[in-house]
Write a protein that binds this ligand. Structure first.
Ligand code: ANZ
Ligand code: ZN
Length: 848
């Protein structure tokens, strides 16, 4: 065997795998299946080390499961719609489609050299008309099933460019191109009824025991279940038709501390007042300034306007509360109206302080005396507090107890009813953008909104569009936009909104089970392959992507596109850590930081000798230039080194720091394995050794440990074991057949991490067929039993030494060995031994 040369062996084995179709997923009812999926990438054009780590993890699992005898599905595709393609077209000209497919080709070419065990025959991009046409078919089915509806919702509106902006296009409250302050505007938009599933999506989290707890918790918080009281205030001085205002509260125990009521600027009463009162109209216009991002809403100053209307406190006919319109009350939560209790809610406290409203505590700390409040007193609901203006239950009780008692008391008095609310909003999927899946409906003057006929799908995006003016090119494309009504044949207009790209990634896992089917899924295939057994991806997708996928799987089941067992599509989820790197920095003449690529820095210096400042490792990012290009690493060391290194140093859920020295050390190790293989190959066939049994035991131990480590996602431990096993093998003195057997097993154990090198070793040492197809080695349990045991020696109750003895040695022999032990002799210093007790297999006690 020649020198380790990844450049020649890696392409060779990749071709061999392809030729043999090793990674083609086969629907084989006789075999158990295993579906491993990594979150598919956005085709930005370059793969980065994070991708390498993510896909290597999936690959380790896929290769391991294949060797275990599973029929494995390990696919790859592209999450290909979205804004960057349009931005590129706007900034550099060209077409989003060409940009996207060009990037896909580049990234595929960068991914292939990694030797991933992917079934490329199943590849698709979400911007393929064959894919998004099926998504349109499902949209139409979901419309028919009542899972989709239209309603007015606010968008970010750029008043200069006269266009809707995505949240990412709003920078500091201004349009990214026009720099004009963004306004909120209402448009009719499409929504999915995910809120119908709030309770189910929450409850089913309990069953996802192979998901990280933190992801389940984040989802639960996002769904946000709360129990509260809904009741109506009677109004005084309100316009006709508004004699009651419904409010929702999660703290009915604080009703005695109410000092105002407030309605949302989007509340029907506010809108009514707007039409008749210019001051209200001006105030609402003020409220509509600023974007719709969560951040914009959070940080917006809290403002209110007294409407002059009052409401009567439900417990006291003589107690009137003023009604404000307040910008922090959202229309789409609860009832869009609240009562404020400034003493126990910080927002209400600030509001009351600003508008001179009363701040009356309802409860105080259990021990403390009432003091003047400088901020709202908001203890945990589980804490016991002393109610000074309570109306239900004991004086001292927990918030939780008081709330339940308050709901009961109110219900008994006929004031409202206990209700459960969820924070989860319906999923708005309308985007006023070009590069997305067109919503397949038509607007007809006579018939209203009519779904496109299925035989006309896909509704394909027109290619002849330009991006030189702001706005959605579909809106100004007459031949695409104008059409005939599928129902009455009259001239009509296509919907020009496209779907949120989260839709595209909400069902791709299902499409992979039958990527060429003429229907969205093939139920027989879905039935065999679903669910995804192991899903792997970044924690940044912990909430939306996973929640939408869980909802969409249910909606697909409801419309006959997935079997019932697939409504929770991901059996197990793993969220991997990031790849980090040190940051190298110098400063320019004005003292501003200038960053340098790792490849331009040697021993802390630039090529011209300038020393760089080294900033501790952080997530690799282009802006800080602390990136290494996987292509350069593969070029220098080969894919196996890159794969081994990203799996080696830390547990996969933690960050791993990429260092040049670490990569070199990995390459050296693999070279050592190669040389060892070479040496074993050169051993005379009849070479006899004395260590065959020891080697067999060490091999069994390695098999056992690596198997367990991979099963438990402890890839770094598997690698640590393999380092140790390499040393054992290098020192072993065994017969040629035993050495060959051991290194073949090592090749198999390394195969998930270093598949190319493993194939070379396997074939060189006479392994049959491809290593990638060889069944996973099994450790003989008899070889795993240790035949020696280490016994601690206690002298007068204190541990002073230990000895290693054969497990079956008689106690009398063990006594002799213990007393002859060097450390024991030294400690005794000639003292007489009164007693010695051997507890077999456990301990030796000596009394002096
Ligand atoms: C009175 C009160 C007193 C409240 C108090 C809180 C503390 P969670 O628990 O997160 O679900 N609220 C209700 N609807 C709202 C809306 N549409 N927009 C903004 N705020 C709204 O939040 C429920 C609490 O948030 C409710 O309980 C209500 O204020 C407010 F010491 O009612 B509370
Ligand atoms: Zn019509």
């Amino acid at each position: 065997m020649s020198r380790y040369d990844p450049k020649s062996i890696e392409p060779k084995w990749q071709t061999a795998w392809d030729d043999a179709g090793v990674f083609t997923a086969r629907h084989d009812p006789a075999k158990p299946k295993y579906y491993v999926l990594e979150m598919f990438p956005y085709p930005s054009g370059r793969i980065h080390m994070g991708h390498v780590r993510n896909y290597t993890m999936g690959d380790v699992v896929a290769r391991y499961k294949a060797a275990q005898g599973f029929s494995v599905l390990h696919p790859m595709g592209w999450d290909a719609f979205g804004m960057p393609a349009e931005n590129a077209a706007m900034e550099r000209g060209g077409h989003p489609k060409d940009w996207t497919y060009g990037n896909i080709a580049d990234m595929r070419a960068q991914m292939k050299p990694l030797g991933l065990s992917i079934d490329w025959s199943r590849e698709f991009a979400t911007c393929d008309p064959e894919y998004y046409g099926k998504q349109q078919a499902m949209f139409i089915d979901m419309m028919a099933a009542g899972l989709v509806y239209r309603k007015a919702a606010v968008v970010n509106w750029d008043p200069v460019d006269m266009t809707v902006l995505a949240n990412e296009q709003v920078i500091d409250g201004k349009g990214w191109r026009s720099n004009a302050p963004v306004e909120r505007r209402e448009l009719t938009q499409w929504f999915f009824k995910i809120s119908d599933y709030s309770g189910e999506l929450l409850d089913a989290l309990d069953g996802l025991t192979n998901w990280p707890d933190k992801v389940r918790l984040m989802q639960a918080n996002w769904i946000g279940k709360s129990r509260g009281l809904q009741f109506a205030f009677s109004t005084h001085g309100a316009p006709e038709g508004f004699d009651r205002i419904e409010v929702y509260t999660t703290r009915p125990d604080t009703l005695m501390g109410a000092s105002f009521a407030a309605i949302s600027p989007d509340h029907p009463l506010a809108k009514h007042l707007e039409r008749h009162d210019p001051a209200v109209a001006a105030f609402l216009a003020e409220c509509r300034k600023g974007g719709t991002t969560a951040e914009a809403m959070e940080t917006a100053e809290k403002i209110g306007m007294d409407t002059g209307i009052t409401v009567m406190h439900p417990f006291d006919n003589d107690w009137q509360l003023p009604v404000y319109i307040a910008n922090f009350v959202l229309m789409d939560y609860g009832t869009g109206a609240i009562f404020g209790c400034p003493a126990h809610d910080q927002r209400d406290f600030e509001f009351a302080s600003k508008y001179g409203l009363a701040i009356e505590p309802v409860f105080v700390a259990e021990a403390g005396a009432p003091a003047a409040l400088t901020e709202a007193f908001v203890p945990m609901k589980s804490e016991r507090v002393h109610y000074i203006r309570g109306f239900a239950g004991a004086e001292v009780q927990t918030g939780d107890e008081a709330i339940l008692a308050a709901i009961e008391a109110c219900e008994a008095r006929g004031i409202g009813r206990g209700v459960t609310n969820y924070r989860l909003r319906d999923w708005g999927i309308s985007r006023q953008r070009y590069w997305g899946c067109p919503i397949p409906v038509i607007h007809c003057e006579a018939c209203g909104v009519v779904p496109e006929k299925k035989e006309n799908l896909p509704v394909e995006l027109p290619y002849d569009v330009t991006f030189d003016i702001p706005g959605n090119p579909l809106d100004r494309h007459p031949t695409w936009r104008d059409c005939t009504c599928p129902s009455c044949g009259a001239p009509a207009r296509r919907e020009t909104d496209t779907m949120d790209t989260f839709m595209d990634s909400s069902w791709y896992y299902a499409r992979f089970t039958a990527p060429h089917a003429t229907t969205p899924t093939d139920l027989a295939e879905a039935d065999y392959w679903m669910n995804v057994d192991q899903y792997i991806g970044g924690i940044e997708h912990a909430i939306l992507h996973l929640l939408y996928s869980r909802f969409f799987a249910r909606a697909m089941h409801a419309t006959g596109h997935l079997p019932a067992k697939a409504i929770e599509p991901f059996n197990a989820l793993f969220t991997q850590g990031m790849v980090t790197h040190e940051i190298y920095q110098t400063r320019d003449a004005k003292g501003r930081p200038v960053y340098h690529l790792p490849e331009d820095v040697t021993d802390g210096k630039l090529a011209d000798g300038t020393a760089v400042e080294i900033i501790p490792s952080a997530k690799m990012s282009k802006s800080k230039k602390n990136v290494v290009d996987p292509m350069h690493i593969i070029e220098a060391f080969g894919a196996d080194t890159a794969r081994w290194f990203v799996m080696s140093d830390s547990p996969p859920e933690r960050d791993v720091e990429w260092t040049a020295s670490g990569a070199e050390a990995t390459f050296k190790h693999l070279s050592r394995v190669w040389a060892l293989c070479s040496r074993i190959g050169d051993m005379p066939a009849d070479h006899a050794g004395v260590g065959d049994n020891d080697l067999a035991k060490a091999t069994a131990k390695a098999v056992d440990e690596v198997t367990r480590a991979i099963e438990s996602f402890a890839f770094n431990k598997a690698i640590a074991t393999l380092y140790g096993f390499t040393n054992t093998l290098a020192k072993a003195n065994a017969s040629t057949p035993a050495m060959k057997q051991a290194i073949r097993t090592m090749a198999q154990l390394m195969q998930p991490m270093t598949p190319h090198m493993s194939e070379s070793i396997w074939s060189y040492q006479g392994g049959e067929g491809l290593c990638a197809r060889a069944p996973w080695p099994v450790a003989d349990p008899a070889l795993l039993i240790d035949d020696t045991v280490i016994l601690p020696i206690q002298i007068n109750g204190k541990r002073r030494a230990e000895i290693s003895v054969p497990t079956d040695m008689p106690a009398s022999e063990v006594e002799k060995l213990a007393l002859a032990d060097e450390a024991v002799v030294k400690f005794l210093g000639g003292a007489a031994v009164k007693k010695i007790i051997v507890v077999p297999g456990r301990i030796i006690n000596v009394v002096i």
